[in-house]
Write a protein that binds this ligand. Structure first.
Ligand SMILES: Cc1cc2nc3c(=O)[nH]c(=O)nc-3n(C[C@H](O)[C@H](O)[C@H](O)COP(=O)(O)OP(=O)(O)OC[C@H]3O[C@@H](n4cnc5c(N)ncnc54)[C@H](O)[C@@H]3O)c2cc1C
Length: 427
């Protein structure tokens, strides 16, 4: 097929939530925008797939409240519906001991995993996390803060586990203390979305279409020649544009752009990965056991369908996570062993679950975030800017980009920063 030559103000590469938001904001600002997604559908890591009436996200997902992504969604007219897990239902397990997760005054006073001395220390440290200026800990790992403040091993294990829960990152010796501990101190709520994250994707996709974005899916961008104007190559089309927004993972961005600053980022990036097992059950064998954070192992269990609409009436959709260490994937253990570990733990939490499984999904090495926020890179401030310094008119969007927040909020915040810059320059 012959190649067609076309001119656009902006080409956005990657149709996850970051790319969709950037495309929608730019088109609303009056630019001609083409969005290109290689997968057969938009949404990237935020898609939801329905099986037997159950809505499977790509692993456990919660939209944290209070982040910059909320303003982006408001601007695009997107409202999210769902529910929050009742914190009084949270439990933790330390070896054979299981008890309330001590996160507030009530659970602190009663949790069975603490003795009087560790209870007092934890209360004091949770107070400190709310009052201490944590930015001074930027560039130092969580383990250094714990070394200074936590004397009781159980308190240390507990805070490490809560950091894992908040950041998905199992590396206390590397995670930036200012970033991780401010998340723990702020105790942000988390909205579990009715219908899954697809509702967020659908909202962004509708906003982009309504704004006039040309939406292409099922076609990968195969190359970019940097200009200006820049040339973006698709299998059957060639687009010419003044601005390119690369909203892919960092490795794909480096391959496509070939600019030194992005290459350097790709070489340094430490993706955050997890082994996720999601199970749809006819019914929950023990309906009282809903959320358990493991202190002695990097494991987490939660029944999201209890708090939002993800399952048919009577059914339960539950999530098990093993947080994986930050290390090259060729050093990984056998992923089947991780699954056995998660299933064996579920035998303890929900005996009889194997007899009531309707459907399951195992994602043994899914990338949760494109880049861990490490002390070595100076925390959030050390992440790459959305504006690529050595390629004018080229931008990055993603959960590894920009100094604002993490995960989905970072993708949405970087999309907003890119749209603002492109629109201001052209004005
Ligand atoms: C298990 C798990 C749990 C998570 N939990 C949470 C959570 O609780 N809270 C939270 O806020 N976030 C969470 N996240 C993270 C969140 O899903 C992501 O931060 C967000 O979806 C990233 O969106 P994105 O658009 O930046 O990237 P992606 O969704 O990765 O989108 C990038 C897109 O680029 C496309 N692409 C790549 N190369 C090309 C090419 N050459 N041409 C065209 N297209 C291309 C890809 O196909 C993909 O669709 C979780 C993620 C996972 C996997």
């Amino acid at each position: 097929m012959s190649s067609i030559r076309e001119q656009r103000d902006v080409v956005v590469i990657g149709g996850g939530i970051g790319g969709l938001a950037a495309a929608a904001l730019l088109a609303r600002g009056g630019r001609t925008v083409t969005l290109v997604e290689k997968a057969p559908r938009f949404g990237g890591r935020a898609i939801t797939t329905e099986r037997e009436g159950f809505k499977f996200n790509l692993g456990i997902h919660a939209f944290y409240s209070g982040g910059p992504g909320e303003a982006v969604l408001r601007e695009l007219g997107i409202t999210l519906s769902g529910g929050q897990t009742d914190r009084s239902l949270y439990e933790c397990q330390d070896g054979a001991r299981i008890g309330r997760l001590p996160v507030d005054a009530d659970s602190l006073a009663t949790s069975e995993v603490l003795d009087p001395a560790s209870r007092a220390e934890l209360a004091q440290l949770l107070r400190l996390l709310r009052t201490e200026p944590l930015h001074v800990w930027r560039g130092r790992p969580v383990s250094a803060w714990l070394e200074k403040h936590a004397r009781h091993p159980v308190v240390r294990r507990l805070l490490e586990a809560v950091v894992r829960l908040a950041t998905y990152t199992h590396a206390p010796d590397e995670v930036d203390a200012a970033y991780a501990l401010s998340l723990v101190g702020s105790q942000r709520g988390a909205l579990l979305l009715d219908g899954g994250w697809q509702t967020l994707v659908n909202g962004l996709e509708s906003a982009a279409r309504a704004a006039g974005v040309e939406m292409i899916h099922g076609a990968a961008v195969t190359g970019i020649e940097l200009g200006p104007p820049h040339t973006v190559r698709l299998p059957t089309r060639t687009l010419h544009t003044t601005a390119v927004v690369v909203a892919t993972d960092v490795m794909a961005a480096a391959r496509l752009l070939g600019c030194p600053s992005v290459d350097a980022w790709a070489a340094r990036a430490r993706p955050v990965r997890a082994a996720c097992l999601d199970l749809a059950l006819h019914a929950l064998p023990d309906p009282r056991r809903l959320v358990v954070l493991r202190l002695d192992q990097p494991l987490y269990y939660s029944v999201h369908s209890r708090s939002c609409r993800l399952a048919p009436v009577g059914g339960a959709l539950l999530h098990l996570v093993k947080y994986l260490p930050l290390r090259p994937s060729d050093l990984d253990e056998d992923p089947r062993e991780d699954r056995r570990q998660l299933e064996a733990w579920l035998d303890e939490l929900q005996p009889g679950w194997r007899e009531v499984v309707v459907a399951s999904q195992y994602l043994p090495r899914i990338q949760v975030s494109g880049g861990a926020v490490t002390a070595g890179q100076q925390g959030l401030q050390g992440r790459p800017s959305p504006i690529v310094p050595d390629a004018p008119g080229v931008y990055l969007v993603g959960d590894f980009v920009g100094a604002q927040d993490h995960l989905a909020h970072a993708s949405l915040a970087s999309a907003e920063a890119v749209a603002r810059d492109v629109l201001e320059r052209a004005a």
